[in-house]
Write a protein that binds this ligand. Structure first.
Ligand SMILES: Nc1nc2c(c(=O)[nH]1)N[C@H]1C(S)=C(S)[C@@H](COP(=O)(O)OP(=O)(O)OC[C@H]3O[C@@H](n4cnc5c(N)ncnc54)[C@H](O)[C@@H]3O)O[C@H]1N2
Ligand code: MOO
Length: 637
């Protein structure tokens, strides 16, 4: 059977270079201009050089409050032999006043001794133009103030007005139409039925472009109908400089964007060797760029940043947009496909005088990874792995100051940690919370890849939490007691299946939802099952794994399972019933050096504050009677 060619992938740099050069040949970047009033020209790009129409200042003026003098009259003045000037030899002036005829310097009022007969004494000689703003000091009439393609700042506008320029010729703002596509795309505020997707990309695209100075109109979604897509585009092209389609860009049965563009214009590239963002279409129709953005949000964002932004910058003749990078140590191993450049979204923080990055969720459909990221690293094509501990270059999307102010919290997450981070912001500390599981958290602290980790590791031998693992895995540690959490079975409201114990899980009519291997909750379940002599295969749904307490509860809430093991709090949140099983200890493992950091003190203060206690008291299934106790083991002992 013949293999279907999906799309022909092109390397990003090559595709972009080709696209920009084809657009240039088509005359797309020829400046189109308009005149605007200076007061309305903020962030606009000048179409041509601007010259001063008058000098700034336009007369010689006093730069201070004091007396105008002739510098030649002050020559012999000194502290020991003050020079006396009579009424004809000086005039009182205020800052900004024109210099009186015949005078060429100003002495500050504080340095003048006024005598009763109306004369003054001065104590220092002053040179010509001392404390005088001379005509044209800022700008001289005919001076060139700005080159073409300069983007105007607030201070530029002030200088233009001072120099008598009230109107400027600027590049016309790029006007862009955004067309979401897909039969499944619906208004985010409408009732969501299964199979329908809320239309969330256009707000991302619109506001991203508006920040670059583009005027954007978003159309109502167009269904998967090739005729409709083509006619929509034909209707838009006369009025817009750039048209972006969202979704339908790959080569699936219902992906019609490519086919519509192919019919109407030239396809420069279909498929880029990047991830996310592969099924991008770069086309030129009627000498204008028309781009098919992939439908997944992270893919869409990547193409916005790496393709659409350069096109916009070329329109505005701006090629030097700042991109900051820093070198960071990668906290986990990353596997990637060798054929593509993969853009990996990461959280960043400074731990022990070097930067550390932790990859966030990699799925192209995750919007949350876009909101959490501090930067992006690239695993270049040809490379399949970045090792744990490897130094990588990360492009920054957060400021360095914010990153320096960030504490990395890893391990297993608990909803209380999110609430803690919310209170910490008030004290100027930002927690970046990345879920890597309890064991992952211990490993991260061992390698100094995070400041703190939340852990709940049950040791079945001693039937105690955390300490046996830490003693085995670390040479010395600092553990701060956090909360005991009530673990148990989350079941449907009213417990219709009368699930009372773990033994009920083997019943034929009970569907279970499990947690992922190596998670603290899974270890706990397996311990109880073996104690009760229950085999995993006896449980219907044992192999169905979810990554968080919340997602387990959600499965139960939606009726996709009858029971799952999770903390009591999620049952409260989702209004489900709860069958208590045991209390577990969720503690904070701290990087030893961090104990003396003032930000740890802040965390400690907030954690033990009445504000935080009030939060905890509203959440069921927590016991914080030991909160804040520090268990320290020093390797040297
Ligand atoms: N057989 C293959 N299928 C797919 C491949 C592949 O290599 N072989 N590549 C996948 C990749 S990678 C991507 S990315 C997606 C993107 O494809 P499309 O650009 O054609 O996008 P859609 O299929 O229309 O949508 C994908 C996804 O995104 C949702 N979407 C679309 N528009 C919006 C919007 N405006 N707001 C929010 N969400 C949107 C859409 O409903 C889909 O769920 O293709 C893979 N397939
Ligand atoms: O290109 Mo897709 O965007 O990898 O998910």
């Amino acid at each position: 059977m013949e293999r279907k060619i999906y799309l022909k992938k092109m390397v990003l740099d090559r595709a972009l270079e080709l696209y920009l050069s084809r657009l240039k040949e088509a005359g797309f970047f020829e400046p189109k201009t308009q005149k605007v009033k200076v007061g309305e020209a903020i962030d606009r790009v000048l179409a041509r050089a601007i010259f001063a129409l008058r000098s700034v200042p336009h007369y010689n003026s006093a730069a201070v409050d004091g007396i105008a003098v002739r510098s030649s009259d002050t020559v012999q003045a000194s502290k020991h032999a003050p020079k006396r000037l009579n009424r004809e030899q000086f005039m009182i002036v205020n800052t900004g006043q024109p210099m009186p005829e015949g005078f060429d310097a100003v002495i500050m009022i504080e340095d003048v001794h006024f005598l009763e007969d109306g004369s003054v004494e001065i104590f220092e000689p002053v040179p010509t133009f001392h404390n005088v703003r001379t005509i044209g000091e800022d700008a001289v009439e005919y001076d060139m103030l700005f080159c073409r393609y300069h983007r105007l700042t607030p201070q530029d506008l002030a200088l233009l007005l001072a120099a008598g320029v009230f109107e400027v010729e600027v590049l016309k703002n790029l006007e862009c139409a955004v067309v979401p596509t897909g039969d499944e795309i619906v208004d985010p505020s409408s009732e969501l039925k299964e199979g329908f997707i809320p239309e969330t990309n256009s707000v991302l695209v619109k506001t991203f472009l508006e920040k670059l100075g583009v005027a954007v109109r978003v159309l109502d979604p167009v269904g998967d109908d090739p005729e409709k897509l083509a006619s929509t585009l034909q209707g838009l092209l006369p009025a817009y400089d750039l048209v972006l389609f969202i979704g339908g860009s790959s080569a699936g049965r219902k992906d019609f964007v490519y086919r519509a563009l192919e019919k109407l214009g030239e396809i420069v590239a279909h498929g880029l060797s990047i991830r996310p963002g592969k099924p991008t279409v770069l086309a030129i129709v009627e000498k204008k760029p028309v781009i098919g953005l992939p439908g997944f949000p992270a893919s869409c964002f990547t193409v916005l940043e790496r393709v659409v932004k350069p096109v916009v910058e070329a329109w505005y003749h701006q090629s030097d947009s700042a991109e900051d990078f820093l070198i960071a140590e990668c906290a986990t191993r990353i596997f990637s496909s060798a054929g593509d450049d993969e853009f990996v979204r990461v959280a960043l923080a400074k731990v022990k005088d070097r930067y550390v990055c932790i990859p966030l969720k990699r799925g192209a459909a995750t919007i949350s990874s876009l909101t959490k990221m501090d930067g992006v690293l690239v695993v270049p094509r040809g490379q399949e792995v970045i090792d744990e501990g490897e130094k990588v270059e990360v492009r920054l999307l957060a400021t360095k100051k914010r990153i320096d102010n960030t504490l990395l919290f890893v391990g297993s997450n608990d909803p209380l940690i999110d609430r803690l981070s919310d209170l910490l912001i008030e004290r100027g500390v930002r927690l970046s919370v990345v879920n890597v599981g309890s064991l992952g958290g211990v490993k991260a602290i061992a390698k100094s890849h995070a400041h703190l980790a939340g852990i709940h590791l049950f040791d079945s031998e001693s039937e105690t939490y955390n300490l046996p693992f830490l003693k085995k895995m670390l040479n010395g540690f600092v553990l701060v007691k956090f909360a005991k959490r009530l673990q148990g079975l989350v079941v449907q409201k009213g417990n219709p299946k009368s699930i009372r114990t773990l033994q009920d899980l083997v019943r034929k009519d009970v569907r279970f939802v499990n947690r992922q291997k190596a998670s603290g909750t899974r270890i706990l379940l397996d311990y109880y099952l073996s104690k009760l002599g229950i085999e995993p295969r006896q449980i219907n749904g044992y192999e169905n794994e979810e990554l968080t307490h919340m997602s387990v509860a959600l499965k139960v809430k939606r009726g996709l399972a009858d029971a799952g093991l999770a903390v009591a709090y999620v049952a409260q949140l989702m209004d489900l019933d709860f069958v208590p099983l045991c209390w577990e200890e969720y503690d904070l493992l701290i990087l030893p050096e961090f104990l003396n950091d003032e930000r740890f003190q802040t965390i400690f203060d907030v954690m033990t504050s009445s504000d935080f206690r009030n939060v905890v008291f509203q959440c069921s299934g927590y016991d914080i009677s030991d909160l804040g106790k520090i268990v320290e083991e020093d390797e040297s002992k």
